[in-house]
Design a binder for this molecule. Structure first.
Ligand SMILES: NC(=O)c1ccc[n+]([C@@H]2O[C@H](COP(=O)([O-])OP(=O)(O)OC[C@H]3O[C@@H](n4cnc5c(N)ncnc54)[C@H](O)[C@@H]3O)[C@@H](O)[C@H]2O)c1
Length: 400
């Protein structure tokens, strides 16, 4: 039986996927509210296909609990934030989960850390927790799925498994192989740790490059998207899309682990993270510029569409809109906000529906390109639109 520890955005779909494919699973979360909801048959966040997967797992007998199970395999999927000051990983959730496992697990249990960790974390913080009296096998199996396409990617992405012992690695490959159709690469723990963080760092640096091009082209009065489109016709060029900033739990977080641990070796990564982090400030300056150009008096005439960090999810973590709202708040300014994916009452000025949001607003800033926006295009026709995601077109639409 597999005990999945942490039933958030990653742990829950993983537990459900394993159970739906015939692995006996118990999911554990120390948040009693999460466990209560799951035991009532409710999913805890919005994701395409999650309800159906939940149903399939329930039929196979998945259980949810606040307690850790006595079993031979554990998958740890708890948060791994960074320390605000040092930028190094804060391993406290992983450490406390492993300590709890060690209290209940039998000899020879396999403990798979699925949480993203900085290279060396398992050696530095997890291995020292083990005692010589009880042999435990450690492994790292980082997750690559993207919210919005999690269920497909869980099945189809390739995976990396790092373990001390090749036989244990092969056992873990069989567990994930119950549902994973992608390649499963076996390696050592440190390599698995490094590859996961580098993957997200690669994305962060390339997004920063696109953001820098955006600011450069804007200064020159040139269309960055047209320029990127043409450049990407080169067979060896693939520039990403610029945007209002980077959110979520991975790309704006994980690369800091490298900067925190290796400041001397990471000036490029450090600068890239700063560029991305400054994008909400850039959006603010563009809003002010448009207000001046179009004679819009007061931020109560401005509406931000989208609160989540990306389209069609309900995850707000590190969202560029929240960062922009903080900038506005510091300046004593407030504008209207609406997000069809997020219940009312999360932030000041949040509206319950599109009609209320648009009433009296002259400038709409599209911060997130939710699919629902396409249905509302007609309602925006008499508004000036600043589209930071390039999902809308028209004479009234301008871009970052
Ligand atoms: N969200 C993503 O898109 C994504 C993608 C790839 C990898 N990851 C990585 O996966 C890991 C988990 O991220 P997430 O987004 O699922 O986090 P999350 O915050 O959504 O979920 C974590 C869950 O763990 C629970 N928890 C924390 N400590 C616990 C403990 N000691 N015992 C039991 N439960 C505990 C929390 O209550 C929470 O429900 C992180 O390392 C993250 O970097 C996330």
């Amino acid at each position: 039986m597999v005990n999945v520890i942490g039933l958030g955005y990653i742990g829950l779909p993983t537990a459900l996927m394993l159970a739906a494919h015939g692995v006996q699973v118990i999911g554990t979360d120390y948040n009693a509210e999460v466990v209560g909801k799951l035991n009532r048959g409710e999913v805890t966040f919005r994701e395409d296909g999650l309800r159906e997967l939940f149903q399939a797992a329930a039929e196979k007998g998945i259980q949810f609990s606040s307690s850790y199970a006595h079993t031979d395999v554990y998958i740890v999927s708890v948060p791994t934030p960074y320390n605000e000051k040092t930028k190094q990983i804060d391993p406290c959730y992983v450490v406390s989960a492993v300590q709890e496992i060690l209290r209940v697990c039998p000899e020879n249990a396999v403990v798979i850390i699925e949480s993203t960790v900085s290279p060396g974390t398992i050696d530095r913080y997890v291995r020292p927790l083990l005692s010589s009296e009880k042999k435990i096998h450690l492994a790292h199996a980082p997750e690559r799925i993207i919210p919005g396409n999690m269920i497909y990617e869980l099945k189809h992405n390739s995976r990396t498994i790092g373990a001390d012992d090749p036989q244990i690695a092969a056992k873990i490959r069989d567990i994930y192989g119950s549902f994973c159709l992608g390649d499963i690469v076996l390696t050592d723990i440190r390599t698995a740790e490094m590859t996961k963080v580098i993957e997200n760092t690669y994305r962060a640096v390339n997004i920063a490059f696109a953001n820098e091009l955006l600011m450069l082209c804007h200064k020159e009065g040139m269309d960055v998207n047209e320029i990127i489109r043409i450049c990407n016709m080169h067979p060896r060029v693939n520039i990403l899309s610029p945007g209002p900033g980077v959110g979520g739990h991975c790309i704006p977080v994980d690369p800091w682990f490298l900067v925190g641990d290796f400041p001397e070796q990471t000036p490029l990564i450090h600068r890239a993270l700063q560029i991305n982090a400054d994008m909400p400030q850039y959006v603010y300056s563009r809003i002010v510029q448009l207000m001046q150009e179009h004679g819009i008096c007061g931020f109560d005439r401005v509406g931000l569409y989208g609160l989540t960090y990306k389209e069609d999810v309900d995850d707000l973590r590190e969202s560029p809109t929240l960062q922009l709202l903080r900038i506005l708040d510091e300046k004593g300014q407030q504008c209207r906000v609406y997000d069809p994916m997020v219940k009312e009452g999360i932030v000041a000025g949040q509206c319950a529906c599109m009609e209320e949001f648009l009433d009296g607003v002259e400038l709409v800033v599209v911060m997130v390109g939710h699919s629902a926006l396409k249905v509302s295009v007609q309602q925006l026709q008499d508004k000036l639109v600043l589209d930071t995601r390039r999902v809308l077109h028209g004479e009234n639409v301008c871009y970052l």
